[in-house]
Design a protein around this ligand. Structure first.
Ligand code: SAM
Length: 275
């Protein structure tokens, strides 16, 4: 009962890793932690474990009869995650700096693979599903959370309105393609079933993100990281000022008329069993 000796030791080092989970990841991770069945004595892999969420939360919720691995090719995220292992005193988890396209595990060696906002957005999700199938034991589970087609539908309507005003059909098509790359639930099911899994549980949910106006939205650091760079890359440099001035102004007008820029994020938890 080592926990009886616990004493909180305040330090800059501890505080550095205490306070961060991106809000974006949190909504999906909470969905995963709510619906995941917890079992003792499992070997578990989190694919795309980033800075350690929900990997460490899961590691602590299942405890030391389970052995966990977090896998991500992102070096700096792994360094941060390693700091958390030290500061949280986690002893059942190992980090691996690698891509899930070639999993460093024996065939049939894992009980559970989870991926929060991971696999579905990778360059070659089919290949990663196949690798998951190879390394899972028969009846092992692959559990993912993902955003779905319909993501920020309000915002995409404003994109289409803006690009109609500009009158360039090819720009319209580019945003349409960018929106379309997110799968609907049937598309996600296909990734499972085409790669040797049967769906055992699926839960749909959604949440709303509210912004004051277009300027706040486009200057938000996480929006810039996750979306803005992608949108900027779609258009010619010389047109960017004009396109984004109109887009920002339309977002702000929408926000004024609707009590804020309220953006809906549909999400899903999907579990599959290896056949
Ligand atoms: C949207 S982030 C999610 C991170 C974390 N799971 C969370 O919920 O905050 C996607 C993660 O997948 C990682 N990733 C991208 N391609 C990958 C691959 N081929 N194999 C494993 N991880 C990958 C990225 O480095 C990133 O950390």
């Amino acid at each position: 009962m080592d926990y009886l000796d616990y004493q909180f030791v305040d330090s800059e080092d501890f505080v550095n890793t205490y306070d961060e989970v991106p809000l974006w990841s949190a909504s999906f991770g909470l969905l995963l932690l709510k619906h995941l069945e917890l079992k003792a004595n499992q070997t578990i892999l989190d694919i795309g474990s980033g800075t350690g969420f929900p990997l460490f939360e899961l590691a602590e919720r299942v405890g030391n009869s389970c052995k966990l691995f977090g896998l991500d090719p992102w070096k700096n995220a792994n360094l941060r995650a390693q700091e958390k292992i030290k500061n949280y005193g986690i002893s059942n988890t190992t980090l691996i700096e690698s891509s899930a396209e070639n999993l460093p595990f024996e065939d049939q060696s894992l009980d559970l693979i989870v991926s929060n906002l991971g696999i579905n957005n990778f360059d070659d999700p089919d290949l990663v599903y196949k690798e998951c199938h190879r390394v899972l034991k028969t009846s092992g589970k692959l559990v993912i959370t993902t955003n779905l087609h319909g993501h920020w539908k309000e915002l995409y309507e404003i994109w289409y309105q803006t690009l109609h005003q500009i009158g360039n059909e090819s720009y319209f098509k580019m945003i349409e393609n960018e929106e379309a790359h997110r799968r609907n639930l049937a598309g996600v099911y296909q990734l499972f079933t085409n790669n040797g899994f049967q769906i055992t549980k699926a839960v749909e949910d959604s949440f709303t993100m509210k912004f004051l106006d277009g300027s706040a939205f486009l200057n938000h650091h996480f929006i810039q990281l996750g979306w803005l760079t992608g949108w900027i890359s779609l258009f010619p440099k010389a047109e960017l000022q004009m396109i984004f001035a109109k887009f920002e102004s339309n977002l702000t007008q929408y926000a004024k008329q609707n009590g804020g820029l309220n953006l809906t994020v549909p999400m899903a938890y999907i579990a599959g069993e290896k056949l």
